[in-house]
Design a protein around this ligand. Structure first.
Ligand code: 1JT
Length: 253
């Protein structure tokens, strides 16, 4: 399904990362992929994982530093000469911002969360578009806290709302270049990011009980949906937020 396609994956921290599940699903379909890592702390992890896939590339990229973003895309252009898809699976907010009340969010936490988690999509879409000469597909990760209040998710919910709106505006801009932009709204998954969150265990249990499928979604299921969204199977879909949450979002009382 993805033979002769080149992808760029942002957000692998370890083998449990949603970004890694997406990369594995795309690799299974024959894609070649470049991986970015945010800091030296993550370099070895990402290099080890990428080495298990054929013809991969690993490059540093911190979205807070535009120079590193430009360099990462230059490295992809040099190695592959083009880009067909991009998976954006990065978010950050200071730990204090993900507990207590939203009303106490500081200017600094707000700026950081929105810059890393939402603006970065626009940043990488702009850098990717000149390499997507044959059209392309961009996929980002959102969460239900973007549209309904989820206790403790706080400023990340605001950032994900901005991310989902950005998905629509980018889809409108880039559609003329046959570049599609979509978001996956994933149910909660126990990744490294989620690990730092208070009461994640009880949240996972609550969501599993309330969802139609009576379980939590897996990173693998999110990965398969990302593979669909970057493949030609989804050629008519852009600007959407697709739920991969075992149906949780459809439930009322
Ligand atoms: C971040 C973190 C973004 C955790 C995230 C996230 N998107 C989803 N999660 C899991 C989650 C977190 C909370 C939650 C429900 C799900 C942590 C690092 C910063 C970026 O609230 C009940 C807080």
């Amino acid at each position: 399904m993805l033979e002769n396609k080149v992808g760029m994956i942002f957000g692998v921290a370890n083998k449990r990362s949603i970004a890694w599940a997406c990369a594995a699903a795309c690799a299974e379909q024959g894609a070649k992929q470049a991986f970015t890592y945010q800091s030296d702390r993550l370099r070895e992890n990402v290099e080890e994982l990428a080495a298990t896939l054929p013809d991969s590339l690993v490059v540093p990229c911190d979205v807070m530093d535009q120079v590193t973003v430009d360099r990462a895309f230059d490295a992809v252009a040099r190695k592959y000469g083009k880009l067909d898809f991009l998976i954006h699976s990065i978010a950050f907010a200071p730990k204090e911002a993900l507990e207590g009340e939203f009303v106490t969010t500081t200017r600094e936490a707000f700026r950081t969360a929105l810059e890393v988690s939402a603006f970065s999509l626009t940043q990488v879409a702009l850098a990717a578009s000149p390499l997507m000469t044959d059209g392309g597909s961009i996929v980002t990760m959102s969460y239900y806290g973007a549209e309904k209040v989820v206790s403790n998710y706080n400023v990340m919910g605001v950032a994900k709302a901005a991310l989902e709106a950005s998905t629509r505006y980018l889809a409108a801009d880039l559609g003329k270049n046959n570049i599609r932009v979509n978001a996956i709204s994933a149910g909660p998954i126990n990744t490294l990011s989620a690990r730092g969150v208070k009461n994640m265990g009880s949240l996972l249990g609550y969501v599993a009980e309330k969802s139609p499928l009576k379980r939590n979604v897996t990173a693998d299921e999110v990965g398969k949906t990302a593979m669909f969204l970057v493949s030609d199977l989804s050629s008519g879909i852009t600007g959407e937020t697709i739920y991969v949450d075992c149906g949780y979002n459809i439930m009322g009382i």
